[in-house]
Structures are given as C-alpha cells and as structure tokens.
Design a protein around this ligand. Structure first.
Ligand code: G1P
Length: 317
C-alpha cells in the first residue's frame, strides 16, 4: 500500500529507511579477547554488543541495515544469518525460547554487509556505504555507544531531520577533562527544546581548545550530501578520514542540527565502562536482575567490610 502523501515540505522529504553500522575497527583496546573475535561480538550479558545497536535501529523503523566490516569479521555475518543445524537441534528438543533467541537477529531487519578494505577511518567507512545508500538520507550508528532501549534518541533525530532537512548529530554534555576523547560541537540554541544548531565541529580537540562541552556521541542522521564532502575530505586527526571533518564542512553551510541527549548511554569501547554496562543491564533484566542484584549488594557489602578491616577485598564469591 502506498502511504498517503502531503505536498507540504516536511512530509515530502524522503523518509530515512537505511542505517549504516561501521564495524571494521581492530578492537585493540580489548586484546587479547578481540584477537580472533570482533569487538562488536563481545557479549553484553547474553547478546553481542552489535545486536543492541541493530535492535535500536529496527525499533526506530530502519528496516535496511548495512554493516561496514573488515577482515576477521565473519562472526558478525554469521550472527545475523540463519543457523540451520542449531535451529534444527533446538526445534527437535522443543526449546522454543532458545530457538527464538537464535532466530531473532536475522529477523530484525534486512541486513547487508560490505567490507571497508583499507582501514582509513570512520569517514571512509561511511563513504564505503555510498553505493548501497544512494541519494537518500540515512542513519549511522556506532557500535561502541549503546543507547538504552528505553530511550528514543534515534526517533527524535529522525523527527529533527524531517523538520529541518540536512544532517543531525547526537550530542551529550561531557566533562571538560573528557571532551578531547570525542568530536566536539560549537552550537547555537534554537527555539526547540533539546535541539541546537551546530555551527562548527572539531574531532578530538586538544585539551583546552574545545569549543564547548558538547560531545558527539555515536548516532548520526546524515544527508546524502555528506558523500561528496567525504570524497574530498583529507585525512585528519590520527591520519584518518574523519566523519567529523566532513560534518564541519556541512555545518559551515548551516545544515547540521544537534539533538542534546541526557539519557542512558553506555560506552562499551572502554573496559571499565564495558563492565559497568554489563552490570547495569544485568540488574535491569527481569530474568537475572533480582538474583544478580542481591548478590551484587552482598559483594559490595563484603568489599566495604574488607576495606574497613584493611584487607584488599580478594575473597571467593
Ligand atoms: C568516534 C568519532 C567521534 C565521536 C565518537 C563517539 O570516535 O570519530 O567524533 O565523538 O566516535 O563515540 P572513536 O571513539 O571511534 O575514536
């Protein structure tokens, strides 16, 4: 069925249907775990990190997802494919719960894979998606940033794209000591709550030079105009072609907005944050949460006792 169409400007804009998930990084921060396993496949409770990202895109209505992978990333393709023998074995046992868990990833969306070839940076990974995306707006979701499933950040960004056209980035206020780890945006307010105009962007500013406290987090809704800009974007910070640099070009033309997010975001690219993410999500799970939370409280109480006794907290748990 063809959806009714109004000729009013916002509704006439092409809806965003496709998402790009760059997943070609080497995952060096998690070695040796990532020697033979892609970092995107590290489990967060009992699902690989990248499944949460695909679930988020699907929940926002994006039905076509392109993974931009590299060498040694076959496990990602297998995860989002059918697993015939496993499914047969579970079906024969009548284990419908696990059968659904195995089938779910392949049912989330129409998932495609291409390879980046040369690891030339995030901007280059996005450029690799050009042929698949075509001349349509599209979303980009970075796998290291998990946004809690109860949040609606991506849907809000899609609304802002529909209202204003151009490109939209997700921004979060960061501690001034942390901002050099992110792309950073110079912004001006708009009359819309939580929406800013982005006037400039800088990738990982040197300490003391950040234009604001607004960090770009790993969600973008991009106008296809970004592809032409990426084609001519030279290597930037770290010798890589940076998406932030291409967006700076678009921001100078006044076509980039930011959605300010203050909800639950987990950075699974950092070891300590990865551990915090697993604990938080395990506590929130109805099947695991009650038992795990009770254990966690006891564990923390024991640690506190040990600390008070001057011991180092290494006890069997
Ligand atoms: C990338 C982007 C950076 C952004 C960050 C969000 O950096 O280049 O602008 O702030 O993701 O997680 P990376 O963390 O991949 O070095």
């Amino acid at each position: 069925m063809i959806a009714p169409h109004s000729s009013a400007t916002p509704a006439a804009r092409p809806a965003v249907r496709k998402a790009v998930v760059p997943a070609a990084g080497l995952g060096t921060r998690f070695l040796p775990a990532t020697k033979a396993t892609p970092k995107e496949m590290l489990p967060v409770v009992d699902k690989p990190a990248i499944q949460y990202v695909v679930e988020e895109a699907a929940a926002a209505g994006l039905e076509d997802i392109l993974m931009v992978t590299g060498r040694h990333k076959r496990a990602i393709e297998d995860h989002f494919d059918n697993a015939f023998e496993l499914e047969q074995a579970l079906a024969a046992k009548g284990d419908t719960v696990r059968l659904d868990a195995v089938r779910d990833p392949a049912r989330l969306a129409d998932i495609h894979h291409i390879r980046q070839g040369d690891p030339l940076g995030l901007g280059h990974a996005v450029l690799c998606a050009r042929h698949h995306v075509g001349n349509q707006p599209f979303a980009v979701l970075l796998g290291d940033d998990l946004i809690d499933a109860r949040e609606t950040l991506l849907s809000r960004m899609l609304e802002v794209r529909e209202a204003h056209a151009g490109s939209v980035v997700a921004l979060m206020e960061a501690d001034p000591e942390q901002i050099h780890l992110y792309g950073c945006a110079a912004v001006e307010p708009t009359d819309e709550e939580g929406v800013v105009r982005v006037t400039g962007l800088v990738e990982k500013p040197a300490p003391g030079t950040a234009p604001s406290r607004y960090a770009v987090i790993g969600r973008y809704v991009l106008d296809p105009a970004v592809f032409d800009v990426l084609e001519r974007t030279p290597p930037g910070r770290g010798g890589e072609i940076q998406l932030t640099d291409a967006l700076q070009d678009l921001a100078a033309g006044g076509t980039v907005h930011g959605v300010v997010f203050d909800g639950l975001r987990y950075d699974t690219g950092d070891k300590a944050d990865y551990l915090r993410t697993v604990v938080r999500l395990a506590c929130a799970r109805p099947d695991l949460g009650p038992e795990f939370t009770a254990w966690l409280k006891e564990f923390v109480a024991d640690l506190e006792d040990d600390e008070a006794d001057g011991r180092d907290g290494h006890r069997a748990a």
